[in-house]
Design a protein. Structure first.
Length: 588
């Protein structure tokens, strides 16, 4: 079967999981991963063809790129096939052709086609062997690639494919070594650039990845794929203005590039520019109204907003996906359940999660989600059953262990909660799990073990030194231990991190009052009161502090406000009457 006849056999466009999944570039958790994305015009690995054929190959290649960017995978596969008919040697065209055919739902036919190509070209054609090998799982192709590299040290194509496989296996150090060698030899090859940048990023060298992309962009400002990668880096680093500007620049060059619309919508949402985000999403759905992948991606995006409007729209989109033949029923059911859960439709969420569980009975995340809904419904024994099942399915995942701790907390079984959170912290790589550290510290405080709670809060503060709320938790702990000066110091730091943190101001006022610094206590408590005028704790402490200073009318005002706010101290009403009598007596 030739490539041309293969493309004709694709039939309707189907969205199935690609064998490349995990081998491409996932720049952001918010952007669905795709196979490696590359800029057009890469130099061929072997000798160039005649100029007329090269021009025809380029024409079809660019046509394929446009279809690819719009998600029209069958059309893209046809165009790349024609490009390869004109220039069989174009390595990048093979990459894109394979991607398009897989995205169109015919991976098995693709394997058959490349088997025939290898037989036709003979065992000595290394490039064709590499193209065929790329269709195998990463674990299977890595040994063969390593052997090929030994036979041909420094071969760029082999280094590229070895690096691709190593990234898929999460062997970041190995991938970085292979891809840096490939980049040093052929930095102008698009796939080498893409994967070498990804290896740098995953190795923690975001600055190196950015510098490499910016250098390319400076020389080739029209390189929209490079620009888009920079935009994704901007997203990951919280530079949302830059991300949006770069996404707009890409759309100026490629007005229908769907991935650029996703990046723009994400950046706009993070900037609070909801209308811009909505317009970008509408452009995606307008371009691909019935494509399940596009619908799912938009559903995922609007669901994450957690607004009533966003969740309602997500539910409609997920339901639509479930009616489309060939769509991922698992993703649709899970997304639907997630949206129902966030909109507090727990019965519907439980049903949808269980439907997802039937589709993936061995998926620990789905089972864990069923348990979370049971927990929210106060069905504690049912939740425990699901969480223990999730633990059995994936003993190394922390979520189910932490949720077992949450079940214990809901039932005020603090020691049981401590046991589960400590289990999380003992898992490999989870020693800095903030959720487990915080909840464990709260449980230690509940049983009166303030010192162990302090130790955990100190660890959390080291992880999140700029988090005002975390600083407040630690300061509260110092107050529980009556370490007033230490508490004051940390509360002050919390207020500097966030001047609108009323809990920090309130705690600071209480600590100052206990340390007999009444003027400072009143100043801090008044700031807390300004942020929430009906906070009963603030009002009663403020009233008491004014009373100790002899400012009876101010004390009376705050005590009366305390009662109005629902304060439950039974002594306060009698105290109010006494204050009124004293104030009246003074007036006389």
């Amino acid at each position: 079967m030739t490539r041309r006849s293969l493309v004709g056999a694709l039939g309707l466009l189907l969205a199935v999981e690609s064998v490349f999944v995990g081998t491409g570039i996932a720049w952001s958790d918010d952007v669905p991963p795709k196979p490696a994305s590359d800029a057009p015009g890469a130099a061929p690995v072997v000798a160039p063809v005649a100029s007329a054929a090269a021009a025809e190959a380029k024409k079809y290649f660019e046509s394929g790129d446009v279809a690819r960017e719009e998600g029209r995978w069958e059309a893209a596969a046809t165009a790349y096939s024609k490009s390869l008919d004109a220039d069989e040697s174009n390595y990048l065209a093979h990459l894109r052709y394979q991607e398009a055919v897989i995205e169109a739902g015919s991976a098995s036919l693709l394997v058959q086609s490349y088997d025939e190509q290898v037989n036709e070209h003979g065992a000595t054609d290394k490039s064709m062997k590499l193209h065929r090998l790329r269709l195998e799982p990463a674990s299977a192709r890595t040994p063969a690639l390593s052997a090929m590299l030994k036979a041909s040290p420094g071969d760029v194509a082999v280094l590229l494919e070895l690096g691709r496989a190593q990234l898929a296996l999460d062997d970041v150090s190995g991938a970085r070594k292979s891809l840096e060698a490939a980049y040093a030899a052929k930095s102008d090859f698009a796939d080498v650039l893409a994967l070498s940048v990804e290896a740098l990023r995953r190795a923690g060298d975001g600055a190196g990845a950015r510098a490499r992309l910016e250098a390319i962009q400076k020389v080739s400002p029209e390189n929209f794929e490079c620009l888009l990668r920079l935009a994704r880096l901007d997203l990951a680093e919280g530079k949302f203005d830059n991300a949006m500007k770069r996404a707009d620049a890409v759309l100026g060059m490629r007005p229908t590039y769907l991935t650029a619309f996703f990046v723009k919508s994400e950046a706009a949402a993070r900037l609070g520019r909801i209308e811009d985000a909505r317009n970008a999403l509408d452009a995606i759905l307008k371009s691909r109204p019935d494509d399940p992948d596009a619908i799912l991606a938009v559903g995922d995006f609007v669901a994450k907003s957690a607004t009533k409007e966003g969740l309602e729209k997500a539910i409609v989109l997920y339901k639509k996906v479930l009616t489309i033949k060939g769509a991922s029923q698992l993703r649709g059911q899970y997304g639907l359940a997630w949206a129902y859960e966030r909109s507090n439709q727990l019965d519907l969420a439980a049903t949808a999660y269980r439907e997802a569980g039937l589709l993936a009975p061995g998926d620990a995340a789905v089972v864990n989600s069923i348990g979370v809904v049971c927990l929210k419904q106060k069905k504690f024994q049912d939740a425990i059953v699901q969480f223990k099942k999730a633990i059995d399915l994936d003993p190394l995942a922390p979520e189910a262990y932490a949720n077992m701790g949450a079940v214990a907390d809901e039932q005020a079984d603090w020691n049981e909660g401590i046991k589960w959170y400590l289990t999380v912290l003992k898992l490999k790589g989870q020693e800095k799990n903030v959720r487990a550290l915080l909840n464990c510290s709260f449980d230690y405080e509940a049983v009166g073990n303030y010192k162990k709670a302090e130790d955990m809060l100190v660890k959390v503060r080291a992880i999140r030194p700029d988090d005002s709320e975390i600083a407040t938790f630690l300061a509260d702990n110092q107050s529980f231990q009556k370490k007033w000066k230490s508490a004051i110091k940390i509360y002050l730091e919390a207020t500097k991190l966030d001047e609108k943190n009323r809990f920090a101001w309130r705690g600071l006022g209480i600590a100052y009052a206990q340390d007999e610094q009444e003027d400072k206590a009143i100043d801090a408590l008044e700031k807390a009161k300004a942020l929430k005028a009906d906070d009963a704790t603030t009002l009663v402490v403020l009233g008491d502090t004014y009373l100790s200073k002899g400012e009876l009318e101010k004390a009376l005002t705050n005590f009366e406000a305390y009662v109005k706010a629902g304060g439950s101290n039974g002594d306060i009403p009698a105290l109010i009457e006494q204050l009124k009598a004293q104030i009246d007596a003074k007036k006389k």
